[in-house]
Write a protein that binds this ligand. Structure first.
Ligand code: CTP
Length: 407
């Protein structure tokens, strides 16, 4: 995807071992469609050379406010006016302190101070030793920077270059990339708490066998990511899938439909939106054997009896909070044919304001999908696209309905 297409980012490097990660971050930003202008402090150049950063960004690196290449000799003005954001990665403890005080004695800090504050966002990825990070001065600076409108990304935890272990590592380049992409997404779900159910469920027959389905969880995970990018607090209740948790999303892993029901009902008590994408097993074995069911040599297959699982979506959609409008419920319908008719009927049956239909066999496990949105006003189709792009469109559609005067 080209999530940063059209964005121009000034990538500022300050002194720290994490400068080695900035090289990869620069590549990742460009691969995502951004143009990148690298600006380095004198200390940063002790850790990585401007040659490397020029080669990766395909632009000469700036490191001095006295750079005569600029006609007006005002690199701080020219470079900051072109940017959509200044991203400082790594940002040292010293540079944080400098930003906080509005000091401007080198090109990068000068640019941060001279940038039009409403147009050019300042994003900071701190990187330092754990004691420096935990120091009250740094924490105070962090709080003040945030109060001044700076977006400060978190720090990683783990082994540090100095040999100590703790908080303060710069986030990995792919994590920072996701955070930058998220930063530019419209915050249409700010203040909402979104619950997403995703993936298949697994209904045990015995300790080694069970019934499940082909849902990969990709659509639900993409929706969780998109909702988080849109500014919501997101809780993802996931059946057995092997997908990484989207950044910023709280995840709860469950196995059976009963586990999923319990988790969802609990979280739905405080959520404001419930998006049910999970492919919940309709039935479970009436009894799960404690030991592996063995062949008895007669050739006879075991007789399995099934009971119906509770409908999680319908249960939650019937709750008083959903009925009062405090919780907006969105269902999914995975069908094999007659999508519109089935989706329309399912919306009524589940009692939800919005039902999203898709063709199951065409989407399970795939990276692409096509969606059909059915609500009280009619039908809207979202044509085939990758699941994250569709998830963002769906989030925008949900936000519109949340903000409509009468739901
Ligand atoms: N769903 C649920 N709990 C269930 C079954 C389904 O929460 N026990 C939710 C799904 O997450 C989805 C919607 O209900 O949002 C529709 O799921 P689907 O499997 O398409 O429909 P079913 O209710 O199983 O209906 P049918 O088998 O007739 O297609």
């Amino acid at each position: 995807m080209n999530d940063l297409a059209g964005k121009h980012i000034v990538l500022g490097l300050t002194g720290g071992i994490a400068c080695y990660k900035a090289a990869e971050l620069c590549r990742a930003l460009i691969k995502e469609g951004a143009t990148v202008q690298v600006v380095m402090t004198e200390a940063a150049a002790q850790f990585i050379t401007p040659v490397t950063m020029q080669a990766l960004s395909n632009r000469p690196v700036y490191d001095s406010q006295w750079d005569a290449r600029e006609g007006n000799n005002m690199a701080h003005i020219n470079l900051s006016r072109e940017a959509d954001a200044i991203l400082i990665a790594p940002c040292s403890a010293d540079f944080m302190a400098k930003l906080l005080h509005g000091r401007a004695d080198d090109l990068l800090s000068l640019m941060c101070l001279a940038r039009p504050i409403d147009k050019v966002s300042l994003l900071v990825a701190p990187a330092m030793n754990r004691e420096m990070w935990a120091h009250p001065a740094t924490q105070r600076n962090l709080a003040q920077l945030q109060a001044d409108g700076t977006t400060v990304f978190g720090v990683g935890t783990g082994e540090q270059a100095c040999g100590e272990t703790g908080d303060g590592r710069m986030l990995e380049p792919d994590e920072l990339l996701q955070d930058v992409v998220a930063f530019f997404q419209p915050k249409v779900l700010a203040g909402q708490h979104v619950l997403v159910s995703a993936g298949p469920t697994y209904e045990a027959i015995d300790p080694v066998r069970g019934i499940t389905n082909l849902s990969s969880g990709k659509m639900g995970f993409a929706i969780a990511r998109a909702a988080c990018e849109a500014g919501a607090r997101v809780t993802l209740v996931a059946g057995p899938v092997s997908l990484p948790t989207p950044r910023g999303v709280e995840r709860l892993d469950v196995r059976s439909a009963s586990n999923m029901l319990e988790a969802c009902v609990d979280i739905a008590r405080a959520a404001t939106v419930f998006i049910a994408t999970a492919a919940v097993a309709d039935w479970r074995p009436a009894a799960s054997a404690n030991h592996k069911i063995k062949k008895d040599g007669s050739g006879a297959a075991p007789q399995l009896a099934f009971v119906e699982n509770a409908d999680i979506l319908a249960t939650i959609a019937r709750s008083p909070r959903a009925a009062s409008g405090a919780l907006y419920c969105v269902g999914f319908a995975a069908e094999s044919h007659d999508l519109l008719a089935h989706a329309t009927a399912k919306r009524e049956r589940k009692g939800v304001p919005l039902l999203v239909g898709n063709i199951g066999p065409a989407t399970f496990g795939q990276d692409e999908n096509a969606l059909m949105l059915v609500d009280a006003h009619g039908v809207r189709e979202l044509p085939r696209n990758n699941k994250l792009a569709l998830a963002r469109q769906l989030v925008a559609e949900i936000a519109t309905r949340l903000h409509a005067p009468a739901r």
